[in-house]
Design a protein around this ligand. Sequence first.
Ligand SMILES: Cc1cc2nc3c(=O)[nH]c(=O)nc-3n(C[C@H](O)[C@H](O)[C@H](O)COP(=O)(O)O)c2cc1C
Length: 188
Amino acid sequence: MRIAIVYATREGQTRRIAEYLAGAFQAREVRVDLFDAKEAPDPVLEVYDAIVVAGSVHLGRHERELVGWVRRRQATLQRIPSAFISVSGSQAGVEMVTCTPEQRTRAREEVALVLKTFARQTGWTPHWIHPVAGALLYTKYNFLVRAIIKAISKRTGRSTDTSRDHEYTDWADLERFAGSIVSEVHGQ
Ligand SMILES: Cc1cc2nc3c(=O)[nH]c(=O)nc-3n(C[C@H](O)[C@H](O)[C@H](O)COP(=O)(O)O)c2cc1C
């Protein structure tokens, strides 16, 4: 089996997620090719048994280069089993047990909205859609971004401790996701 993973990232968490998935596929004897959408990769997609597209959310949108990459290949992606992984702070709010029910509902609505926007921008209906919680990298942000993200985090129930980074990604869930893709593609 052969799988392509195409990702876009701004602060690096989606690259870590893409690399983790690549390892999880390889452990299941899948051949994996990993591409950064920023490098405008143009592989022959038909050679793959499945394609995973992963991107992160900033200001309510996925990366421009990923939207463009998908839009240009939407018809091909529609024919090959394909997954979309959307990495966001909102999904952390959906999963965090410390969030109030209202915060969780709002987070769920935000995740649904960015997925809808991505679908409208690309015209692509993935076979699997998997929202994944990202990370707050306070130590890497500049002063302004740190202040904005802290204010958003206060409202949404995420950590406001800016002295360190906070990773919300559920790696065990990604491991299971990789397994389910491999078994579904095998079963076809
Ligand atoms: C400037 C900035 C804007 C962000 N905007 C959103 C947003 O609109 N919605 C959201 O759910 N998460 C938002 N996030 C959280 C990111 O999606 C999260 O940090 C993710 O892990 C980033 O992934 P990346 O490192 O692969 O770029 C934002 C983060 C930053 C730094």
